[in-house]
Design a protein around this ligand. Structure first.
Ligand code: 5RP
Length: 239
């Protein structure tokens, strides 16, 4: 990919994301309750699912993981359900920011939807992750910070405590105008950069034990299968 222009490279990555997304919707069958992820890869998946609803008359119910994915699903006539009617989902499909080989541990939340994404993922009998090959890492944290969703009140205190978990930096996510970024749940996000996470379970325990933290972007022991689209084809990584 080195000699491609930046625009060509971005188009190629988008193509790989679309490919992973297209394969993933084969998991969805008539009558299923389905979790819909958030982000550019999930967007391709929701488009492809909408196409199956339109062309095949596929009958499904969906719980989207963000207001954006809900709006997209509604625009494609994908019926929306809720946890009162569907406490368990048959399958959830979502993208990721990093996937650790072997463990299939993930970092998620660059798109700010980590909390609903985790609730949906743990409610699904199968959690299918769709990525292009650039997301595969040996050690978590090498490319991406861990987003931590916290309540806005007293956030500086939580930021300070997060720094003490070994992060090289902890930066509150902001909008272009400098205001604090707000999640769909009206919380804020602190992006914590660990450079390399040696003990994801230990780190997850430390982060979640801080009062004021709602959840974090480490998704451990949740993934059923990862579909990785790469230049040499599609790979399936199973837990
Ligand atoms: C959003 C997420 C996304 O799944 C993750 O950021 C991957 O996004 P993309 O498919 O755009 O690369 O966790 O909160």
């Amino acid at each position: 990919m080195a000699d491609l222009s930046a625009q060509d490279a971005a188009a190629r990555v988008a193509e790989l994301k679309r490919e992973a997304a297209t394969h993933a919707i084969a998991y969805i069958e008539d009558g299923m309750a389905v979790g819909l992820g958030t982000g550019s890869t999930a967007k391709f998946m929701i488009d492809a699912l909408g196409e199956r609803v339109r062309r095949e008359g596929l009958k499904i119910r969906a719980i989207p993981t963000s207001e954006a994915s809900a709006a997209q699903a509604q625009s494609l006539n994908i019926p929306i359900t809720n946890f009162a009617d569907d406490p368990y989902l048959d399958v959830a499909i979502d993208g990721a920011d990093e996937v650790q080989t072997g463990s299939l541990f993930l970092i998620k939340g660059r798109g700010g939807a980590l909390l609903r994404e985790k609730i949906v993922a743990v409610s699904a009998r199968k959690f299918i992750v769709i990525v292009d090959e650039s997301k595969i890492v040996t050690d978590l944290g090498t490319h991406m910070p861990v987003p931590v969703e916290i309540i806005p009140w007293g956030w500086e205190r939580v930021e300070n405590l997060l720094r003490q978990t070994g992060a090289k930096s902890c930066i509150p996510r902001r909008n272009e105008d400098g205001s604090l970024y707000m999640t769909d749940n009206h919380n804020i996000i602190i992006d914590c950069d660990y450079e390399r996470i040696e003990n994801p379970r230990g780190l997850a325990d430390r982060i979640i034990s801080i009062t004021g933290v709602v959840d974090h972007g480490l998704f451990l022991d949740i993934t059923t299968e990862v579909l990785v689209a790469g230049v040499s084809g599609l790979q399936r990584l199973k837990a």
